[in-house]
Design a protein around this ligand. Structure first.
Ligand code: B3K
Ligand code: ZN
Length: 882
């Protein structure tokens, strides 16, 4: 068992750094058996620090110190203290130069933090605290230095040598080696440092900025991927233009580079001028990437690019402020994606992620505010709350201020804080100063964890023509936080008349009804508000929380009839979809645990029939509306869920709809097949989605015509969305022979493409047919599985535990034991990935007792593993203690 409990870091203990570093001169000697890192820091005492005689304290992790000199004088062992994770030098002058040499072993770095090797190339990942695995440094974001980096390596194995900024010098060295020196003129925190050395090809393009500067754009990939960069490059140019147009932000260096790396702990990293990407978030071709992958690539390229301003030019003071850059940047990339495609569909996707996964996090043992007050291991706080809820918080400011004042606020923020490391409070202050609005109460969104619950009730007075809406809010307790205060919530709504007409919202009896708007954003600030709407001749149907205007739960006693009505009449596309989801949830919930032949609401079937035949409504929205709520969402909504029963109920509804609408599904399939070549446009993406949904449903009821269509589509598809759609449908059907044939054929065809093999793993591990535990174990033994590659680990183990819920929650507990085994195994090699994988087990308290006892014991087994990493320790202990 671990004896050392990791230290808890508190926001309240923040102190400005005692020393600042103005320049950082680096020289890397890269070899196959390790790397020597020479660094020279120009250090001075921070005039703002009260710790006048503080020693110089540098962070370091897994470093071999070879040499340290102060102002040219070599220090002896007694002149400094090496505490294991810090190098401490007492009695330093006001200003000085420190030279340090360390030896590291990137080839043995399986944590993928700091400098490591992936497919033969050297690459880095420094956020949040990886730079300390490269050399000694005050590895905190409020120490910003100007970097100059010289890289030396064998020229034939590593012809490409990259770092941040602009290349300033290059040349040949002895023994077939060469060097390149890079200079980054912008001071930056160490977490934005990057280095890449490898045998890569470059795809080049240019972008002319709004002020007429030509920027050299380059994407570096392994030679075999040379033809898969086009979409990322186009996405990059669109992002650069969009940031100029929407935020007035121009790119600042002469060169912008993206490198694709196979082994990467997350999606991508925004290092200054040198973004490093997980290959799966850059590479795409029609044959190998699904529509979803195309959209993901566009969003991530944009996200990392947008960080150049929201994150790099203006960065975080400390890691408690992580949402300053992440929440804001997710908001920016989400608006960008909305502008590039269908805004309603993008909103549905964002809300789905939030309601399914972030709400679950907010209700679990790791719940934390958007600006946390403490952490043990910062890597555990790259969460849905920091990113997605953080983005919703920024979106609410946008809603409250309106687009023009919001833009004024963001201009002020960038201007005021350019080159600084700041806090979420500085962001809100800029918004306040630019708009004149008081956001004091709004700041609670950053401080209070938990998802607010809005309970809505209404009554109608026919005599007066007045409709009264009462909205009560409460924020649930979360670990360490109780008795929370009401928050400032923008609540968008509309009212519908019997004919589906949008009624005027007249809040004052004296106003002219003719000029009243049909949608309003009400501002909730108290625990309870009652709003009165005048001049209504009939009882309206309320359309609540339009566009999901706040990340909250809404409870209102909708009748099924009202939901069916909203599904076809609400002018807000988001709420049409939402009404459909609520109806489906209600129908599924009502048969959980009921006998097989329980009747299923005919109005749901009719609503789906209408949707399948609707060619007027935006087809992208129709495609979304046809998706039943996921199992994960149904589980999130339930208290004490019985997973197997929920799984059965959802399946039963799905099969009933598919059986009743069999002919409509076939017609929908054909209507959406054939016309036009392959394009990445919202229209053709919607067509593929509709036809693949139809196929999936037909195979769920073992329809023979559906099976033939799937086999044919699988063989003839000219793109991955259709090939994968057919494969997925077959994998989830009872046609065992077709399933095995298709899986074997797919692997045979794509075995040399790691990104496609990942999809091949996922389609199996997410399926309750092909992904039962013995099959999952077989996938781990498959030659293409690689314990060092996070994508493979996620596509088998992560997908199994996160998406194949009935199999993971097998009542015999085998899924939990399996996950615990894998977490223990990975804890030694890659603790960040191990800590992520634990997540499903941390929710043990939510489940019905039989499940929860076994989840608890699996967690305890992880807790008791010898030498547990700080990453896993924090997650497991907090879940057990909650
Ligand atoms: N900032 C990085 C995430 C780093 C995660 C470190 N554990 C990618 C992003 O959010 O853009
Ligand atoms: Zn980010």
């Amino acid at each position: 068992m671990r004896t050392n409990q990791p230290k808890t870091i508190h926001l309240s203990e923040y102190r400005v750094p005692a020393h600042l570093v103005d320049t950082m001169d680096l020289r890397f000697e890269l070899f196959d058996n390790g790397a020597r890192v020479h660094s020279t820091l120009r250090v001075r005492r921070n005039p703002e620090s009260s710790e006048v005689s503080a020693p110089l304290t540098l962070d370091g992790d897994s470093l071999k110190l070879e040499h340290v000199a102060l102002d040219g004088k070599e220090l002896a062992a007694g002149d400094y203290e090496d505490t294991g994770d810090q190098l401490v030098i007492a009695g330093v002058p006001e200003q000085f130069e420190l030279a340090v040499v360390t030896w590291i072993e990137p080839q043995n770095n399986t944590r993928l933090e700091g400098l490591y090797k992936s497919s033969g190339m050297f690459c880095t990942q420094c956020e949040a605290e990886g730079f300390r695995c490269i050399t000694y440094f005050p590895d905190r974001p409020d120490v910003m230095a100007r970097y100059r980096t010289r890289i030396e390596a064998d020229k034939s194995s590593y012809p490409v040598l990259l770092s941040n900024g602009n290349p300033v010098e290059q040349g040949d060295l002895e023994n077939g080696r060469h060097f390149v020196t890079w200079e980054d003129p912008f001071p930056k925190p160490s977490y934005l440092f990057a280095l890449v050395a490898g045998d890569l090809v470059e795809k080049r393009d240019t972008f002319t900025t709004c002020s007429g500067r030509d920027i050299d754009l380059r994407i570096y990939v392994e030679p075999r991927n040379a033809e898969k960069c086009g979409h990322a490059m186009d996405s990059l140019k669109r992002s650069m233009r969009w940031d100029e147009e929407v935020y007035g932000r121009e790119y600042d260096l002469d060169i912008f580079m993206i490198v694709a790396v196979d082994d990467f702990n997350m999606g991508a990293m925004e290092n200054k001028g040198l973004n490093i990407f997980n290959s799966s978030c850059v590479l795409a071709s029609q044959e190998t990437a699904t529509d979803l992958a195309y959209q993901r690539i566009e969003a991530i390229v944009a996200h990392e690019y947008f960080h150049n301003w929201s994150g790099n030019r203006v960065t975080c003071r400390d890691w408690f402020q992580l949402s300053l850059k992440e929440g804001f940047t997710v908001f920016r990339d989400s608006t960008f994606s909305a502008d590039m495609g269908s805004p309603t569909v993008k909103r549905i996707e964002d809300a789905t992620l939030l309601r399914t996964a972030q709400f679950a996090e907010d209700a679990g043992p790791m719940a934390h505010p958007v600006r946390p007050a403490s952490y043990m291991e910062i890597s555990n706080f790259y969460t849905l709350t920091i990113y997605e809820k953080g983005a919703e918080v920024v979106r609410m400011i946008h809603t409250l201020l309106g687009p023009d004042l919001f833009r004024k606020g963001s201009d002020l923020y960038f201007e005021r804080h350019d080159g600084q490391a700041v806090t979420t409070d500085d962001f809100v202050k800029a918004m306040e100063d630019a708009s004149g609005r008081d956001l004091t109460q709004f700041r609670l969104w950053y401080e209070q964890a938990g998802t607010p619950v809005l309970t809505v009730s209404d009554d109608y007075d026919p005599e007066q023509g007045v409709y009264r809406l009462t909205i009560q809010q409460s924020v649930p307790d979360t670990p360490g936080q109780t008795n929370k205060k009401p928050q400032h919530i923008p609540f968008a709504l509309g009212l519908l008349g019997t004919e589906g007409d949008a009624l005027p919202l007249q809040l004052d009896a004296a106003d002219d009804i003719g000029s009243a708007p049909t949608e309003r954003v009400l501002e909730l600030t108290d625990a309870s508000h009652t709003f009165e709407f005048y001049g209504l001749a009939e009882r309206p149907v309320p359309s609540l929380l339009r566009h999901f205007s706040a990340p909250v739960r809404v409870e209102y006693p909708w009748s099924r009839e009202q939901l069916v009505f909203l599904m076809s009449h609400d002018p807000d596309g988001f709420n049409r979809w939402d009404a459909g989801q609520r109806l489906a949830v209600d129908v599924i919930q009502s048969i959980v645990g009921a006998p097989e032949d329980a009747g299923i609401e005919p109005r749901l079937v009719e609503a789906y029939r209408t949707l399948l035949g609707d060619s007027v409504l935006d087809q992208a929205l129709v495609a979304k509306m046809l998706q039943l709520p996921s199992e994960a969402y149904l589980i999130e909504l339930a208290s004490s869920p019985d997973v197997a029963a929920i799984h059965r109920a959802r399946d039963q509804v799905l099969r009933h709809i598919a059986t009743s609408l069999r002919d409509e599904l076939i017609a929908c399939y054909h209507r959406n097949t054939g016309a036009g070549g392959y394009e990445i446009t919202p229209e053709s993406i919607a067509r593929r989605s509709l036809r693949n949904t139809a196929l999936a449903w037909l195979l769920m009821i073992n329809d023979e015509a559906g099976r033939d269509l799937a086999v044919q589509q699988f063989q003839e598809a000219d793109n991955m969305t259709d090939r994968m759609g057919a494969l997925r449908a077959l994998v989830n059907s009872d046609y065992a022979a077709e399933r095995s044939r298709a899986l074997a054929d797919f692997y045979e065809r794509f075995q040399d493409d790691p990104q496609v093999v990942e999809q091949w793993f996922s389609v199996q591990s997410s399926s309750d047919r092909a992904g039962q535990l013995p099959q999952i174990k077989a996938l781990l033994d498959h030659p293409a599985f690689d314990w060092k590659n996070p994508n493979k680990i996620r596509s088998v183990i992560g997908v199994f535990a996160g998406q194949n819920l009935a199999a993971f929650h097998n009542p015999d507990g085998s899924g939990y034991e399996f996950l615990a085994d894998q977490v223990c195994r990975l804890d030694d090699s890659n603790p960040q990935i191990a800590a992520r994988l634990v997540t499903p087990l941390t929710r043990w308290q939510k489940f019905a007792p039989a499940y929860s006892a076994m989840m608890h014991s699996a967690l305890k087994r992880i807790r008791d593993k010898a030498g547990l990493s700080a990453d896993v320790y924090e997650v497991v202990h907090k879940s057990l203690e909650a």
